[in-house]
Design a binder for this molecule. Sequence first.
Ligand code: DGJ
Length: 748
Amino acid sequence: MKKVLILVAAALAVLPLGGASRKKAVKASKEQTVVAVPTVEKTVIPISTDNTQMVLVAFGKGILHTYHYGAKLTDPGEYANFNSRMGSNNGDGPMTYPTQGGKYVSEPALSVKYADGYRNTELCYVSHTQSVRGNVVKTEIQMKDYVTGLQVKLVYDAYQKEDVILAHTEITNGGKVPVELENYASSSLFLRGDKFLLTHTYGDWGAEMQVDREVLTHNMKVVETKRGTQATQWNNPAFMVSMDTDCFSETEGEVIAGALCWSGNFRLSFEKGVSHNLNIVAGINPYSSEYPLGAGETFVTPEMVWTFSAEGAGRASRNIHSWARHYGVYGGDQIKPALLNSWEGAYFTFTTETLLRMIDDAASMGLEMFVLDDGWFAMDYPRDNDRQGLGDWEVNTRKLPEGIDYVAKYAHGKGLKFGIWIEPEMVNPKSNLAQAHPDWVVRSPGREIYQHRNQWILDLTNPEVQDFVFSIFDNTMQLSKDIDYIKFDSNRAINNFGSDFLGKDQSRFYVDYVQGLYKVMQRVREKYPDTIVQCCSSGGSRVDYGSLRYFDEFWTSDDTDAMERVKIQYGTSLFYPACTMASHVSAVPNHQTGNVTPLKFRFDIACAGRLGMELQPKNLSAEEKALADRCISSYKVWRDLVFQGDLYRISSPYESDYYALMYVSEDKSRAVVFTYSTNYLNRAIGTKTFRLRGLDPQKKYKVSEQNVDTSVFSANGKSLSGSYLMNGGFNLNLFKTFQSAVFYLEAE
Ligand code: DGJ
């Protein structure tokens, strides 16, 4: 009915009418006042690091364009003369933070629904400031919509030495009535070029961080997740774009890499336009997440990490890793202990005695920490399997009558640190917690609460639940003064989402959940700054730089098969440094794949990250224990390179039958090289010569193969120049599946 009336009014407006009808027409065609937008002086805003630069230019009626992200220019001011020549064809051209509204008709970073139902936003540059704090130059650009009063601040933190720029956005409702944010991306980046090779990851449980690569075609490519929790099990919010090429190169060409610091639903869109351009929009996934913003309120988006490399993907990874170690990862500059985790060695079945013997064995092999995994808690519904007990965090004194403190003290007495597992944001329906607090569970009225791994999710949007989750961490820490490490797990994704707490504001759920988690972790870090905390989520399902602000490391994958780990660790290394990557030697046949892999190969893979073991050591033979001891002690000599060195990937498991990588110290005086053969090759094909990278050509390095009596390298033990090793022949004799070799290089 309403629709018809409107159509009639519109028709009347174009007819020459008199009397009452004429009055209606005037009303329908009532002239509106157009709000005047001031013209700004052309302003060039360079956002620079030691070797890179973004150049933004404001002009006209406050239009803000991104003209450059690449190598640092001698005079970015020259961009004052630049004309993108896109104005008439494609909205307003290379918008720095495109909005829905104005002439812009491509993917917006921001769209807002105002109280009157209109959805147009046109942001105009108002002013900007730049300030320096140590290694970081901060640029803050104030933008405004002159019609609605919406204010947007674009913030860029440029990490000089690391060549990394962090971007986020602060959106303030400057109007008098609430608005709803429909899209609220962290950052957008406009790139010019003809070919864009996108590298991103995909996967699933036990096969995380598999690499996908494609030359983008016109229109839209989206990498996203809607899983809520376990956001990164299928896709990771990190990517690389190799510019003007269809070849991925570790060493050559311009590469732009990005990573979103967010542990929930994310969306990365890549829109290739016809004007030789690509527009990337990165941020929280707007899926089911319209976010209400009251008058005067500000929404701060997560940060987006950007880097540019003129030397291929290798340099892009090193830039991000270096930023991560210094700023992005909690405890990223520390060396972490090599540990034995109880999970695959004992699962839910253990007594105090079992644990003490595992501790004895761990100590005898030179490990430095023992971690008690799942199964230690719950009395009424004992956690003897994954079907019950989750949520009831009292020590199971039938299993462990002497308590946790006794075991932790025992570990300390043996010179080991002690860690323990929790999964505080989840609950089994079969638990006292689920019965006491059904309103804390993520659920939707009248609908079944589906189980996954027999568990439900607690509603972290609710501050009471946040207090509870914090209290589980806190109470666990009180079980013993000797707890040094917490493995913080999270084993399912969200479905049928809903929150009793949020009432009608259900669309806040996905965002408030992640913010609830961060609030908990903030409190954890205030109270326990020195505790090592692992972010475990069925393996690599919460691997992102949002969580790593609070967590020291992540459990890379539940798939502990060393051969499977080749691709998982390779994919992870593109964006995350080795110090974050927990990597454990497990038993054979492998519990996930059933494969039987030599112990040496298992160690050589695990030693390329934060080394651990995940088996029942009493099942190892004396010979195997001796090899373990040998590998662990050599690891201790050079693990500082794994944790803090620069990564050079030498050979990709996707492009060859070898995976090879190396870590080099900052002063290039030491390096460790890992090489793996992933297939059987006959002796002729298998004569691979690796060219090392990142060394000083002038220096002479003593090369020593680790953990073997007879080396696969004919020049083992000799001193060779960096020049020879990088250009000539590091020719190994690796040709069988599962053969591997690790070399330590020390400059003389
Ligand atoms: C999943 C984790 O990834 C495993 O390492 C283990 O901690 C189990 N959860 C325990 O339930």
